[in-house]
Ligand binder design. Structure first.
Ligand SMILES: Cc1cc2nc3c(=O)[nH]c(=O)nc-3n(C[C@H](O)[C@H](O)[C@H](O)COP(=O)(O)OP(=O)(O)OC[C@H]3O[C@@H](n4cnc5c(N)ncnc54)[C@H](O)[C@@H]3O)c2cc1C
Length: 494
């Protein structure tokens, strides 16, 4: 099949939180920006499977890029969540210590936090910590309390950045893996890239490599520096929302020789989350995010160290994310070897927290490169800074629900009973600026199928709504990527 040809000023490779927040920053400028993502939806890499913590910033080494972007990003999230309407809760975090050695670490983290400019930190006693968190173990002797930490929905934040960028003119091509990047002389001898995907051949003046675990491959495609990403798996257990109040802050353990420990935290959507593990990846990419009984048992045991009454039942699902690590800091800079290429690689934790701050600087780098190439990259006067999210009927009062149903009765038709998600919300998800016609795409946008039954009851209705919105037969509706069609054919003709 012949590729369709496109031309853009900036091409971003990767639709995780880094790529999507950079897209939003670039959408402020009167330039052409295009984002290419290999998976069928945004936030399908590390950005969709992590702890969702907006870290306060006491952990990274002072003077590092991680320290700079973490503290800045943490301060940006409260306003961003209001402007872009994604879930964020300023719950604060505790790093708990079980002995004097742990307290030494707590004091080190406190000092590091001061150096990094983290506001509102306090070292508290074990009893003070237990007054805040009654489920904490009696063995806890003290803790670092960081009030500026929070929790967000990582995939909803990523989608919100991307949708706001799309409304401001950024184009998104999903399910288009970049497989070749060639440097060319375009038109008047200026340098440009030709980037190839399955269906497109895209000419771009600037390329931003925000490909997460794929950043090494993308860099080598462009003939740029060697970026060797090492990967480790982090497994989680997600508990039902009726356990969302088990703890009210993010509870970390102090790292020791056995590792970084696991956290126990509420999620921004009101569940309880336990994890992550840290395991080397042996399987191929297809199975790398599979969970194992061994992994689930391990995090449960470690979680019980912090909160001994952590219930055995109530877990509704497990998932795993892949950490993409390169060296000991983020690697964010214009390539030393290939002019016009910007590297945004090695974005491991605290990358989710840091992304909006990283995006500001990377957008500046891209604008500078465009200006050097004669592009008039001026700020738009009519940039839209806000995004309307999908209303959460579950969180509304009866009066608010009634008012919504008066406008559109489909908001009175509950489809997902676990999460109280209505047909109106699902239809909104399918009409969003970057519609994704898959069951998981709908789930990430409005929570249909996110609850206790994990979609057992609502999936057929969600499939019907997807089939209508996308104009595809019911049995071609997919759960996620290619080959995940749910229906296998008709049992009998009706
Ligand atoms: C277990 C775990 C827990 C974490 N917890 C936290 C936390 O609590 N707080 C925090 O701040 N950070 C956390 N992080 C870190 C955070 O998740 C990452 O830093 C962040 O998500 C990285 O975003 P990204 O956009 O760089 O990468 P990704 O989200 O991985 O996005 C990269 C995208 O590029 C795409 N791509 C790759 N190759 C190509 C190609 N050739 N063509 C097109 N597209 C391509 C991928 O499909 C992917 O969607 C955690 C990470 C993990 C794994």
């Amino acid at each position: 099949m012949e590729s369709s040809k496109r031309c853009t000023d900036v091409l971003i490779v990767g639709g995780g939180v880094a790529g999507s927040s950079i897209a939003r920053e670039l959408s402020r400028y009167s330039i052409r920006t295009l984002l290419v993502e290999k998976r069928e939806d945004l936030a399908r890499g590390a950005s969709g499977a992590n702890s969702g913590i907006v870290h306060a910033g006491y952990d990274p080494k002072p003077g590092s890029l991680m320290a700079k972007y973490n503290v800045k990003g943490c301060a940006m999230y409260p306003q961003l969540s209001r402007d872009l309407e994604f879930p964020y809760r300023p719950v604060g975090s505790l790093v708990i210590a079980f002995d004097e050695k742990g307290m030494e670490t707590v004091r080190e983290l406190y000092e590091r936090g001061l150096e990094n400019g983290v506001p509102d930190m306090e070292i508290i006693t074990g009893d003070q910590a237990r007054r805040m968190e009654p489920e904490l173990s009696d063995a806890v002797v003290g803790a670092l309390y960081a009030k500026s930490a929070g929790i967000i929905s990582p995939y909803e934040a990523t989608i919100a950045f991307a949708e706001n960028a799309a409304v401001n003119g950024v184009e998104f091509l999903l399910e288009e893996p970049v497989y070749s990047i060639e440097k060319i002389k375009a038109g008047t001898e200026e340098e440009a890239f030709v980037v190839k995907t399955d269906h497109y051949e895209i000419e771009a003046k600037v390329v931003i490599n925000a490909a997460g675990a794929g950043a090494g491959l993308v860099s080598s495609m462009a003939g740029a520096e060697k970026i060797e990403i090492s990967e480790r798996k982090g497994e989680y257990t997600l508990y039902d929302r009726n356990l969302g109040g088990f703890v009210s802050t993010v509870i970390f353990q102090t790292p020791d020789e056995a590792g970084k420990g696991v956290l126990v935290t509420p999620t921004a959507e009101g569940n309880l989350l336990l994890g992550p593990s840290s395991d080397p990846i042996e399987e191929g990419e297809e199975t790398a995010t599979a969970t194992t009984q061994e992994g689930q048992d391990k995090i449960f045991k470690m979680g019980r160290k912090s909160t001994p009454n952590l219930p055995f039942g109530g877990a509704i699902t497990g998932f795993a994310g892949i950490r993409a690590v390169f060296g000991s800091d983020f690697y964010i800079k214009p390539s030393d070897m290939v002019p016009g290429l910007i590297q945004v690689a090695g974005i491991c934790s605290p990358g989710l927290t840091s992304a909006p701050a990283i995006a500001e600087d990377v957008a500046q780098m891209a604008v500078q490169l465009l200006k050097e190439r004669g592009v008039d990259a001026s700020l738009k006067e009519n940039w839209i800074s806000k995004r309307k999210g999908i209303p959460s009927v579950r969180e509304m009062s009866w009066e608010e629900r009634n008012a919504l149903c008066q406008e559109d009765p489909s908001f009175g038709q509950i489809v997902c009973r676990c999460e109280t998600v209505t047909e109106g919300q699902i239809r909104m998800a399918l009409r969003s600026p970057i519609p994704v016609y898959t069951i998981d795409g709908v789930k990430r946008r409005c929570r249909a199928g996110m609850g206790r039954c994990q979609g057992s009851f609502c999936s057929p209705v969600v499939m019907r709504l997807i089939s209508e919105a996308a104009g595809i037969p019911f049995d071609q509706v997919r759960k996620a990527g290619k080959g995940t069609e749910i229906g296998q054919g008709k049992l009998k003709e009706i």
